[in-house]
Design a protein around this ligand. Structure first.
Ligand code: PFF
Length: 452
């Protein structure tokens, strides 16, 4: 397609929209519980190393493909692969994004419900009540589906307004709001009595806790958090203008993502330690542990007590929404370019199909016995197949593609504007894409299947 491609209108638009894709439930939900389960500060140090050594090079790799492909992810790979079978990676990334969109929206919908519940005062009660509230809600056949549809409605509205008027504008509004909310809650949490224990947990490393699991956990978290392997970065990079420096952008976005994750830790651990609740409760951290923490830590403080839970779930919903928009966009642009339909029609296909996937996933949670495959309900199955199988496979193939297949000149040109550092950076980048990243991703996968 030789048509002129739309670009993001400004540098800050590029950074905020792409950081919006990266910053999501992974930062505010997954990062804190991974840190809690893996011993705190030592995990964070390893995570930071993963972001710099592996995450940022992989982002640069995806950006390269996106900018040079200048179209949807599937076509971008096809253009660069010149008819070889490598082009199927693009289709696999789009499919992964498609499947993830449905169930990511379910959890995003839960966050919206929790905003509503905090306004209505439904989250006040003892720990047993909070647990039963979550179980009753997530097993309900109607309410979670309703909230999934609501979040898709908002996403759809933004997507149909296009790249500049929809995605970029919304990101410019939502990302600063997200930062402000985050900072307000961090300050409130760090002022609680006993909060310093949580701060110590985050920043004083205990290397005796470091095992192979901690390394692999940090690696997996890094890929998930930076949205690598699902076509999001590639699609957004296709809207970068020629002036956008992809190296600098990848570093800035990686740093923003890291900062949000650490701030999320600074919000959750001081509050949890201050009321003596353990922060290693796994995935239920944000929907069961935290309402308890908020109840015990803040409720005695007038005004703030009521508001913190509300602000927290608003923050979570915003983060989820900006990621959902990028996942939706991957598929919308795929359908509209490949089927030669309008953007609006492409968006409708994605919204309707993903609402159905989301609804089925959501209902399957409450109907475990009748709607399960391989012993998992469909929600867990989607999570497993996409997160643990398709994502790492896409990431691995993407690295090999950039390292071995695409013309070296493209890589050289993109990495050319760092003066004298140019040559060594290019070589280092290629080495990382060819060997370091593929081996690390392979290790994560083998570990997930208990093979190492
Ligand atoms: N990076 C997002 C998060 O941290 O929640 C999740 C995600 C969004 C992963 C989009 C992949 C993706 F393509």
């Amino acid at each position: 397609m030789a048509e002129e491609r739309v670009n993001f209108g400004s540098k800050i638009g590029v950074i905020l929209a792409t950081a919006g894709s990266a910053v999501g439930l992974g930062n505010i939900w997954r990062f804190p519980y991974m840190t809690g389960e893996n011993g705190g500060a030592a995990f964070i140090l390893i995570y930071v190393a993963c972001v710099f050594i592996l995450g940022i090079p992989c982002m640069i790799g995806e950006f390269l493909i996106g900018r040079h492909g200048a179209s949807n992810t599937a076509r971008a790979y096809t253009r660069l692969a010149k008819g070889s079978n490598w082009r199927w990676i693009g289709y696999l990334e789009v499919l992964t994004g498609f499947l993830i969109t449905g169930y990511y929206a379910v959890v995003s919908g839960w966050c919206l419900n929790y905003i509503y519940a905090s306004i209505m005062g439904e989250l006040k009660g003892d720990p047993a009540y909070i647990t039963s509230y979550f179980t009753a809600f997530s097993n309900d056949p109607i309410r979670p589906v309703f909230w999934t549809i609501v979040i898709f409605g908002i996403t759809h509205f933004i997507i149909v307004h296009g790249v500049r008027n929809g995605i970029e504008k919304a990101s410019k509004l939502m990302m600063p709001t997200l930062f402000i909310l985050l900072l307000v809650i961090v300050v409130a949490a760090c002022l609680l009595p006993g909060a310093t224990k949580g701060i110590d947990f985050l920043f004083k490393p205990d290397f005796s806790k470091v095992t192979r699991d901690v390394f692999l956990g940090a690696l997996g978290q890094c890929f998930y958090s930076l949205s690598i392997g699902m076509g999001c970065l590639c699609t957004y990079a296709s809207y970068f203008s020629r002036q956008t420096n992809i190296k600098t952008s990848a570093i800035q976005i990686g740093l923003i993502d890291l900062l949000v994750a650490i701030l999320a830790g600074l919000m959750i651990f001081p509050a949890a330690f201050s009321v003596g609740i353990s922060p290693d409760s796994g995935p239920s951290l944000i929907f069961i542990t935290l309402p308890n923490v908020f109840n015990q830590a803040f409720l005695s403080i007038p005004v703030i007590g009521w508001g913190v839970a509300l602000l927290f779930y608003a923050l979570l919903s915003l983060a989820a929404l900006t990621s959902l928009i990028s996942l939706h966009e991957v598929n919308t642009v795929f359908f509209y370019e490949e089927l030669h339909i309008t953007r609006k029609a492409g968006a409708w296909i994605v919204t309707i199909a993903c609402c159905l996937i989301g609804a089925i996933c959501s209902i399957s949670i409450g109907q475990k016995s009748s709607m399960s495959l391989f012993g998992m309900d469909l929600f867990d199955l989607f999570d497993f197949v996409t997160g643990q199988l398709m994502l790492p496979i896409c990431g691995l193939l993407m690295c090999l593609f950039v390292g071995w297949v695409i013309p070296k000149q493209i890589v050289k040109d993109e990495l050319s504007n760092w003066g004298t550092l140019r040559f060594s950076f290019y070589k280092l980048f290629l080495f990382t894409m060819r060997f370091v990243c593929p081996l690390c991703i392979l290790a994560i996968m083998l570990h997930q299947f208990h093979l190492i």
